[in-house]
Each structure stands twice: as C-alpha cells, then as structure tokens.
Design a protein around this ligand. Structure first.
Ligand SMILES: N[C@@H](CCC(=O)N[C@@H](CS)C(=O)NCC(=O)O)C(=O)O
Length: 254
C-alpha cells in the first residue's frame, strides 16, 4: 500500500491521477496546509520543504524498508519506475518525457502559482493594489508565454512529449486545466491546441477520478478570521518561522 500525504490542490492531483492511471492501491493522509499540518515533525521527516504531496511506499519493488519521497516530479518518476508505465525505456523517448516533466516543475507550476497569488490572493493581502501590479505583469506574462509554448508543442504532437501519453502530461494537466479559471478564460481561444489536449487528457477516466479525490476536504465553510489565519500561515513563511519545527523533525530522526 502507498500512503499519499495529500491535500486536494493541483500538485496533489498529479499523484492521485498517476496512482489511478497505474491502478495502484493507495491511502490518502490529509495534510491540511491551511491549518499547519505541513509543519509537524512527523511530516517534515518525509517532506523537509513543508510541502505536500509526498508518498511512503510500504512495499517498494524488490523489498526492503519503506521509501519516502517528496516533490511531485520525483514521485511520478518513482511510480513510473515501479510500474513500467508512462515513461518509455528507450533513451531518446525517455528524455523527451523527462525534459517536459522538469519543465513543468520549474516553469508552469511555479509561474501559475505566483500569477494566481498576485492576481487572486493578493487583493486580500496587499495594503495597496499598486503593490500587486508588477507581480501580476511579470507572472501573468510568463504564464502566457508558457501557454504559447505548450500550444506550439501540441500543434505538432498529440501529447506534450510526442505521440504517447506520459508522466509529462500527468504532471502538467492539473495546472494547465486551471489556466482559464486562475488566469484568463481567453486562453482557450488564443491557444486551441492546448485546449484540445486539456479536454482530451481530462476525458480519461483515471484523470477524472484522480483530480476529484477528497475534494470535500477543501470545501469547508470558513469565517473571514479563519481565512486570514490560513493566509498568514501560508504566505508569511520565513526560516525563523519553520526553524523550530525543522529542529524537532531533525531530532526525531537521530
Ligand atoms: N514543487 C512541489 C510544490 C508543492 C507545493 O507547492 N505544495 C503546496 C500546495 S499546492 C504546499 O504544500 N504548500 C504548503 C505551504 O506552503 O506551506 C511539488 O511539485 O511537489
């Protein structure tokens, strides 16, 4: 059985979608990131960056001790290696997939996260809307550039890394499908090849099931004070604030 330390967000869905695609049994363990579950010593031992998703495979291939992995890109590579699915063996095809997987991790996810932060969350945080202008311009601009890059790639390929569906698609779809809602609905008209791919991947039963896993966890009714407390926890992280939790985690390992 694989434990998935999870909260229903795009980065979490990558893993549940992959597990559904591979038909692997799994157990989701909530990491309520708005309440601070990511700062417990127990979780930091598995995921030192205080981010979910993370997994623990209690039955690794070949036996041995349970394996814990953080970072969704590494988790998808691990599950592909475990099952032999969605990552070709042949070297050229393999690295086509891996380059797009790393592209997502370094580009689409972080840029969309920052664009969403400045465009949508920012108005509840900044004292003056003017403080948001440069962040919006920079990150929405990057998301537009990255959308065009995907559209061009998908104008000549069925999937992101070529003719085969792969972990490059699984890792990119949860963010790409939110482009309209988070950034701008116009994106679907501007980038029709991207829309074709988002619709096609979204129609896969495992994808549809994977991104709905435990959706109810994030649908709680919150008061204005609770919303503010969650924002303070998520968007004010400095080393000083996480140091004590890290030290507790390090002590419990040794
Ligand atoms: N690069 C990481 C990003 C993970 C990430 O940013 N997770 C967010 C939720 S989507 C999180 O756990 N945030 C908790 C926090 O900011 O303390 C991955 O792909 O696994």
């Amino acid at each position: 059985m694989i434990d998935v330390h999870y909260w229903p967000t795009p980065n979490g869905w990558k893993v549940t979608i992959m597990l559904e695609e591979c038909a692997l049994p799994y157990n989701t363990i909530p990491v309520d990131i708005g309440s601070g579950d990511q700062f417990t010593a127990e979780f930091l031992r598995i995921s030192p960056n205080n981010r979910m998703p993370a997994i623990v495979d209690h039955e690794p291939t070949g036996g041995g001790e349970p394996i814990a992995i953080f970072e969704s890109g590494a988790i998808l590579e691990y599950l592909a290696a475990k099952t032999g699915k969605f990552l070709p063996e042949e070297i050229a095809a393999r690295f086509k997939v891996l380059q797009w997987l790393h592209w997502q991790m370094a580009n689409l996810g972080p840029m969309m996260g920052n664009a969403n932060h400045f465009k949508n969350y920012g108005k509840n945080i900044a004292d003056d809307p003017k403080q948001l202008e440069y962040g919006i311009k920079r990150f929405v601009g990057e998301v537009d550039r990255l959308s065009g890059e995907m559209d061009a790639q998908l104008s000549v390929n069925q999937y992101l890394a070529g003719a085969q569906y792969s972990i490059a698609d699984i890792i990119s779809w949860p963010w790409a499908m939110l482009l309209g809602r988070m950034i701008d609905e116009q994106v679907w008209e501007t980038f029709p090849n991207l829309k074709r791919w988002v619709d096609e991947v979204g129609a896969r039963p495992a994808v549809d099931k994977g991104w709905r896993v435990n959706r109810e966890w994030s649908q709680q009714e919150l008061t204005a004070e609770e919303e503010k407390a969650r924002r303070d926890l998520l968007f004010n992280q400095t080393n000083d604030k996480v140091r004590a939790a890290r030290e507790a985690a390090a002590k419990s390992v040794s």
